[in-house]
Write a protein that binds this ligand. Structure first.
Ligand code: FES
Ligand code: FES
Length: 195
């Protein structure tokens, strides 16, 4: 009989770093851990109850052998649910060389931000959409942003930015697309009993 090795840690990838955690509270949220333990404060806390989207990050998971990223509210996502995932925060976004990422540059050029508190969440939701659908319809943009609230800028400027992202770069050449194979292999290797 094959015995499955039981492990006492959760493993995941945070941006480009492998993480293994053994001790954390069962109710510790991803948002608290990112901000308080890892000092990744680009991910904001607004409502802390899943309504405003200021805390949006991407979580990539293997599904049917494919690595699929979805936007997630880190304030209501428990740390313990992240085993074998790739967590991507706004700090991981980068463009070519010293340039801003296409999503960030579009938000700047189309004045998609005023106070900026909601902006990292909008950027991450738009990033997830852009990778899935580089030329989205207005309906798709509205749907992707339905969990993000902005009280300052108004949504028209953000919509204009969203429509323009692909003119700043190609989703297929994004660093996350380029890393896809390597991340998939790492997540495969994190299966129970694999080490
Ligand atoms: S802080 Fe508002 S949805 Fe997470
Ligand atoms: S820019 Fe201030 S809440 Fe969106």
């Amino acid at each position: 009989m094959t015995r499955l090795k039981i492990r006492n840690e959760i493993r995941f990838i945070l941006n480009g770093e492998d993480v293994a955690l053994t001790r954390f509270a069962p109710d510790e949220t991803l948002l608290d851990w990112l901000r308080l333990e890892r000092s990744l404060r680009g991910t904001k806390e607004g409502c802390a109850e899943g309504d405003c989207g200021a805390c949006t990050v991407l979580v990539g998971r293997l599904s049917g052998g494919r690595l699929v990223y979805e936007s997630v509210n880190a304030c209501i996502r428990f740390l313990g649910s992240l085993d074998r995932t790739h967590v991507v925060t706004v700090e991981h976004l980068r463009g070519d060389g010293e340039k801003l990422h296409p999503v960030q540059q579009a938000m700047v050029d189309f004045h998609g931000s005023q106070c900026g508190f909601c902006t990292p969440g909008f950027v991450m939701s738009l990033y997830a959409l852009w990778m899935r659908s580089p030329e989205p319809s207005d309906a798709a943009i509205e749907k992707a942003l339905q969990g993000n609230l902005c009280r300052c800028t108004g949504y028209e400027a953000i919509m204009r930015a969203a429509r323009a992202i692909s003119s700043y770069g190609k989703a297929a050449k994004d660093p996350l697309a380029a890393e896809r194979k390597a991340i998939t292999s790492k997540l495969e290797a994190m299966k129970d009993g694999s080490r």
